[in-house]
Design a protein around this ligand. Structure first.
Ligand code: MCA
Ligand code: AMP
Length: 443
């Protein structure tokens, strides 16, 4: 299995000139292979390849080039601030290499490298950790999803998601290059761009689907599609129903994590239930641990799981139970017919905003690095469009909300900035002096 190529469709010799469109520029597989070959030649022998993951053909060529060279690819968010960027480069040892899409070099056959991607993701505290994702895990996941969604070379996949996370990159790019479906990446996930692309298979995070459902003309244009898929955060039931009413399609919801890839999904041929994420994919086993009335932590086993956090054996060990199950940290229940429901997260310090995973501790540390800030507590407040929005409570003098927001955006990344800052005289603390987030004033 590890010796088999990951991007099977690329080797199959398809010569459509528009096999791939990213932000308005198209290319065929042969052009992509040529550009990726040039990257592979440069990357050969490096420890890891850092890719500035803009929505562009260059990003796709760089990622494919890393795979061809057998060098782990480390995508960097284009909006990553100085501190986050430095952390990722230092922690991974990845090199930034120039990528010129006009360059061509012949590079046949993928090597049997183990780690395909190192994706940086937030925990509740501390800086993001590098998640090691193997070729075998990606292949297993994409094949299971192709079966679940009846995803084939006849599809045109459309999305506009960022290319530095599992959703946009693994499913949204590598998935197209493995199944052979055409890909139209819209640059940004705007409803009008989704409508104009006239695809058969659409991916979006709930925020995107919420915006589509609010744009009636765009939503109606999706009625000719085959499948609308939502994931990365809970899809609110009203959005599910609005999409159904406007497009005629009930969205397929699926559940995953950077560490596990996608593990549970509704099926193209099956029932789609609002508030539910379907059943485990081929090869995946699930259980609910320490259940009270059937609700408890979702734990997983299967071929799509990661190979650990880069250089952090203790964190890797802590992610598993003693008997070898991965602890998702998500609270779930399973209906009598096997349908899974995600009902919350064990820790409120892991925030999901617009489908992005953000650690409260990471944002708090960034705020505390500002000389005017003495204390900081960050929470995810419910938000109709973003699911949760980042709200910061700070004890600070002589600094404005805007200055603090920009400070975090420049240090971490724009999507990790608080959307609201509340100034307090002191943080509520318990007798031991520990901050009590549940006693913070309501938003
Ligand atoms: C605002 N902007 C700023 C600042 N404030 N720029 C600099 N400094 C500031 N302080 C600018 C931004 O650069 C941007 O500019 C514009 O304001 C809007 O940014 P923002 O408000 O962040 O965008 P949004 O509209 O709120 O974004 C919504 C979104 C986004 C598009 C849905 O959240 C998104 O792409 N989410 C996808 C996340 C994702 O893919 N997650 C998957 C994780 P300009 O407009 O000029 O650019 S993988 C996963 O979860 C698993 C495995 C799974 O299950 O899938
Ligand atoms: P990330 O590592 O960014 O992929 O975030 C993974 C987290 O996203 C999971 O642990 C869940 O909390 C959340 N998530 C992903 N998909 C869903 C979904 N369909 N419903 C609810 N939560 C989801």
């Amino acid at each position: 299995m590890p010796d088999a190529p990951l991007l099977t469709a690329l080797d199959a010799g398809d010569d459509r000139a528009d096999a791939l469109t990213v932000d308005g520029r198209s290319c065929g597989y042969q052009e992509l292979l040529g550009a990726a070959g040039a990257v592979a030649r440069r990357a050969a022998g490096t420890k890891a390849l850092a890719v500035e993951a803009t929505a562009s053909l260059e990003t796709v060529a760089a990622v494919v080039g890393g795979l061809l060279a057998g060098v782990p690819v480390v995508p960097i968010a284009p909006d990553a601030g100085a501190e986050e960027r430095a952390h990722v480069l230092r922690d991974s040892g990845a090199e930034v290499l120039p990528v010129d899409f006009a360059e061509r070099a012949d590079h046949r056959g993928e090597p049997a490298g183990d780690t395909a991607l190192i994706l940086y993701t937030s925990g509740t505290t501390g800086p993001p950790k590098g998640v090691l994702i193997s070729r075998a895990a990606i292949a297993a996941d994409l094949d299971a999803l192709a079966t679940a969604w009846e995803w084939t070379a006849d599809d045109t996949l459309v999305h506009g998601l960022p290319l530095f996370h599992v959703h946009g990159l693994v499913l949204g790019v590598l998935g197209a290059l493995r199944t052979g479906s055409r890909l139209v990446h819209t640059g940004r996930p705007l409803p009008a761009a989704y409508a104009a692309a006239r695809g058969s298979l659409y991916f979006g995070v709930p925020t995107v689907w919420h915006r589509v459902a609010q744009d009636e003309a765009a939503a109606r244009a999706l009625s000719g599609a085959r499948l609308l898929v939502s994931g990365s955060a809970p899809l609110p039931a009203p959005v599910f129903h609005a999409l159904h009413a406007l497009t005629g399609h009930e969205p397929v919801e699926r559940y995953g994590m950077t560490e596990t890839l996608i593990t549970v999904s509704a099926r193209a041929a099956g029932e789609r239930r609002p508030g539910a994420v379907g059943t485990p994919l081929t090869g995946v086993s699930t259980r609910i641990a320490d259940a009270v009335d059937g609700v408890g932590e979702l734990q997983l086993k299967g071929p799509t799981l990661f190979d650990g956090y880069l250089g952090r054996p203790e964190a890797t060990a802590a992610a598993y139970t003693d008997d070898g199950w991965f602890r998702t940290g998500d609270i779930a229940s399973i209906d009598p017919d096997g349908t899974h429901r995600i009902v919350g997260r064990a820790s409120t310090d892991l925030i999901k905003s617009g489908g992005y995973r953000i650690g409260a501790g990471e944002v708090e540390n960034a705020l505390l690095a500002h000389p005017a800030v003495r204390e900081a507590a960050v929470v995810g407040a419910p938000h109709a469009d973003l699911g949760q929005q980042i709200v910061a409570y700070v004890v600070a003098t002589g600094v404005s909300e805007r200055e603090l927001t920009d400070f975090v955006a420049a240090r971490l990344s724009v999507h990790k900035r608080p959307r609201e800052v509340r100034f307090l005289a002191a943080l509520p603390r318990n007798a031991m002096g520990k901050p009590q987030k549940r006693l913070l004033p309501p938003i």
